[in-house]
Design a protein around this ligand. Structure first.
Ligand SMILES: *Cc1c(COP(=O)(O)O)cnc(C)c1O
Length: 408
């Protein structure tokens, strides 16, 4: 019989979102009349920007002519998209990022796990707790961890707790780690990092020869002009950081699929021989062998995000979701709950009421208000006692969900 990858058997059985789906299904079968409002999974709800749709339709028609037809594109993405990204997302903010350092992909979720292909087995890895589950599970699958303990924490990983007590700002690791996952604005807590805080991480990474994987999927939700959008706004980051970005949350591309990873030239890793190796070359090789690029149509859609019309439409979308977040924050605070995040991120993170753990609050919210959220414990042991509500929904649903919560 074929052998399976035993690392997959180390994964915790009750993965968060399937468990939520199971409980919601059981509840709605028992209560078919209940109108359930889902503020759980972080998926967008509003239609694609017109600018993107127009560009994608034109691209479809181009492919329908002999002259306009295109087959395989460059594995790294089309130059016009990489140039638009470099100019708008980085150079306009004073970051020295060139188009050739940008690798277009079909998602940051994939990139954040695929990047492990070019990193060695022996790296000491640090993640925040709570954390976006993909960072942890992809390391488990790749055999970079030990077994899970009773709390669900994997051997070999360094967990950095982020709680109300430390303002959801992870402490620097005590000892030396080699790979650090950071996500700002943060999923799930909605916390942000100032330039000074990011500078501490960059200084730590440079002093310890560590690599930072910086996930900026929510940068478009930042409203405070003092906050950095990219890690490359920080001195020294080009020598220690890879950045992940996505069109999923700003332009509603969760189903359309387009993202990118920035790998600076001159960013080095170490081979077993001690020789220094440029990560750019390894990632380029990895993509050329294992990836055939994102659809031309979708890349034209992503390019349109940078047009004046696209920029205006994205701004409207972000403002819409952030107004939802403000409503959620206001109503939960008025209900006496301790509320965090939701000001520079589409997630509101709240402390569960006294006497209820994360799943207890989930069941109460579902059972009594027919509202689905995400238990904080699903993002890590230190998320116990917290709960995430997403601002990705229609205004009517958010208002109705808050009306029901008030009535509780
Ligand atoms: C939604 C999200 C992404 C984006 O993933 P895609 O695969 O590009 O859709 C990346 N990181 C985090 C933390 C997210 O929540």
């Amino acid at each position: 019989m074929v052998q399976v990858n035993g690392n997959y058997l180390k994964l915790k059985a009750g993965y968060l979102f399937p468990e939520i789906a199971r409980r919601v299904k059981a509840f709605s079968e028992a209560n078919p009349e209940a109108a359930i409002i889902r503020l759980g999974i972080g998926d967008v709800t509003e239609p694609l920007p017109q600018a993107c749709r127009t560009a994608m339709k034109a691209a479809v028609d181009e492919l329908g002519s002999r002259e306009g037809f295109r087959g395989y594109g460059p594995e790294q993405g089309y130059p016009w998209l990489r140039e638009a990204i470099a100019a708008h997302d980085f150079q306009a903010r004073g970051c020295q990022v060139g188009a050739e350092e940008i690798f277009i992909s079909d998602g940051s979720k994939c990139d954040s796990s695929n990047i492990l292909d070019i990193l060695g087995e022996g790296n000491r890895i640090a993640v925040t707790d709570p954390v976006y589950p993909v960072y942890v599970d992809s390391n488990v699958m790749a055999g970079r961890t030990g077994e899970a303990d009773a709390q669900g924490q994997y051997g070999g990983l360094t967990y950095l707790p982020i709680t109300a007590e430390n303002g959801f700002s992870a402490p620097l690791p005590q000892g030396k780690v080699d790979l650090i996952y950071l996500c700002f604005p943060n999923n799930p807590t909605g916390a942000v990092a100032s330039k000074a805080q990011l500078q501490q991480w960059v200084d730590y990474a440079l002093a310890n020869d560590a690599l930072i994987l910086f996930d900026a999927a929510y940068e478009a939700f930042i409203r405070d002009p003092e906050l950095p959008h990219s890690i490359y706004e920080i001195e020294g980051a080009r020598r220690c950081a890879i950045e992940l970005r996505s069109f999923s949350k700003n332009a509603g591309f969760t189903g359309t699929r387009c993202a990118f990873t920035v790998v600076p030239k001159g960013l080095m890793g170490t081979a077993a021989t001690g020789e220094q190796v440029e990560l750019w070359g390894l990632w380029n090789r990895r993509q050329c062998t294992k990836f055939n690029g994102v659809s031309y149509i979708v890349q034209r859609g992503a390019e349109a995000v940078y047009s004046p019309q696209g920029q205006a439409e994205v701004k409207t979308l972000i403002n819409f979701y952030m107004d939802n977040a403000a409503i959620i924050r206001r109503e939960l605070s008025a209900a006496g709950l301790s509320v965090y995040g939701g000001e520079q991120a589409p997630y509101v993170w709240l402390k569960t009421p006294a006497g209820l753990d994360s799943w207890g609050f989930f069941d109460q919210l579902l059972g009594q208000a027919h509202v689905v959220g995400t238990p904080g414990s699903g993002f890590g042991a230190a998320g116990e006692g917290y709960f995430r509500l997403s601002a990705f929904n229609s205004r009517a649903n958010v208002e109705e969900a808050m009306r029901r919560l008030r009535a509780l």
